[in-house]
Design a protein around this ligand. Structure first.
Ligand code: TYM
Length: 332
């Protein structure tokens, strides 16, 4: 297979990534970087859509980069950078905003959900134009694949619509990106409310498995996860959402199939099974957490890596921006 261009990003909206971010997206980033030309960014500009203390945003941004590296995103195998370090993202976002219909943007479900929760007076315009900045992130790199969780599908559909619209109006400029969404782990659910997505903004603290939490805290959360009536360990998302979610988590971390786990736990109780999930989780994430904590303390090293990444990213992004600017008729 020829090398493909990959682009993905994560928002630094918390001091820790959660297991949904890892299994839904970052684990695939790590796999893609070996054989492909991958660009991964911390979407710090996107995080400005939520009001955050400046010091907190800064430290979350660097902590997100440290966690990505600790999870296996290797700065020598891919290009890792901060969105705000590459000016072309904001510049291309304007072009995308001028290509997007107001009604079209109003139909984005994440915008509808979030703006309904906070009310129109407290919703910033940046939340409305957020998907156009995301389209810019993707199209600037001529990405073939965008590895994400299910919740980003609609944004990538919009990106595809914008790429198609631009290309047909002004001539082929952008590669048409494809979402890369793994069926098995594209929606990890909340431990306390296993029919809803695990989410930094919506889940209660007890429902979220943060990779930077201590092993004891996470083991406890897993052991007190909401389970279903009955006592069988069986994958059935409708009847047994809690157990199915834990099976997905175990299987995605351990690499064992769900069928295999069902056989191993046949006749055993929920307690035994949750204990096993906690063990797999803790064994896997404890060294990752240590590595991330170590990197977070080496701020200069981290910034050097990110500046190096931004240089490489700017070359690719700058060329695409120039081409788009001249295609739309901005005099060069
Ligand atoms: P963000 O920061 O909310 O999440 C980062 C990645 O984690 C995935 N994810 C999940 N996957 C499975 N189960 C879950 N419970 C779960 N929660 C989150 C997300 O789908 C995502 O892949 N808008 C994006 C960031 C972004 C971006 C981009 C992504 C900005 N520019 C360009 C791709 C390409 C976001 O808010 O993801």
């Amino acid at each position: 297979m020829t090398r493909k261009r990959i682009l993905s990003a994560i928002q630094p909206t918390n001091s820790s990534l959660h297991i949904g971010n890892y299994l839904g997206a970052v684990k695939q980033w790590v796999e893609f970087q070996n054989e492909n030309d991958a660009f991964y960014c911390v979407a710090d500009l996107h995080a400005l859509t939520v009001e955050t203390d400046p010091e907190v945003l800064r430290s979350r941004t660097l902590a997100a980069a440290a966690q990505l590296i600790a999870l296996g995103v290797h700065p020598e195998k891919c290009t890792l950078f901060l969105q705000s370090h590459v000016a072309a993202h904001s510049q291309m976002a304007w072009i995308m905003e001028c290509m997007t219909g107001f009604g079209e943007a109003s139909r984005m479900t994440q915008f509808k959900d979030k703006s309904q929760k906070s009310g129109s007076e407290r919703t910033v315009v940046g939340l409305f134009t957020y998907p156009m900045l995301m389209a810019a992130d993707i199209l600037l790199y001529q990405a073939d694949y965008v590895p994400v969780g299910e919740d980003q599908r609609q944004h990538i559909e919009l990106t595809r619509d914008l790429a198609g619209r631009f290309n047909s109006r002004f001539g082929k400029t952008f590669q048409m990106p494809e979402p890369y969404i793994l069926k098995a782990s594209s929606k990890i659910n909340d431990l306390q409310d296993p029919t809803s997505k695990m989410s930094k903004s919506a889940s209660s603290n007890q429902g979220i498995l943060d990779i930077m939490d201590s092993p004891q805290v996470n083991a406890k959360k897993i052991k007190s996860a909401m389970t279903d009536t009955g006592r069988e360990i069986r994958f059935d998302e409708k009847e047994k959402p809690g157990i199915s979610n834990l099976l997905t988590i175990h299987s995605s971390i351990s690499g064992r199939s769900i069928a295999d786990l069902e056989i191993e736990f046949a006749g055993k109780g929920y307690g035994d099974f949750k204990g096993a999930v906690a063990e797999v989780f803790v064994d896997y994430f404890s060294p990752i957490r240590e590595r991330a904590l170590d990197l977070i303390n080496k701020e200069n090293e981290l910034l050097d890596i990110l500046h190096e990444g931004a240089k490489k990213a700017s070359e690719v992004a700058g060329a695409t921006l120039e081409s788009a600017y001249s295609k739309v008729g901005l005099a060069r």
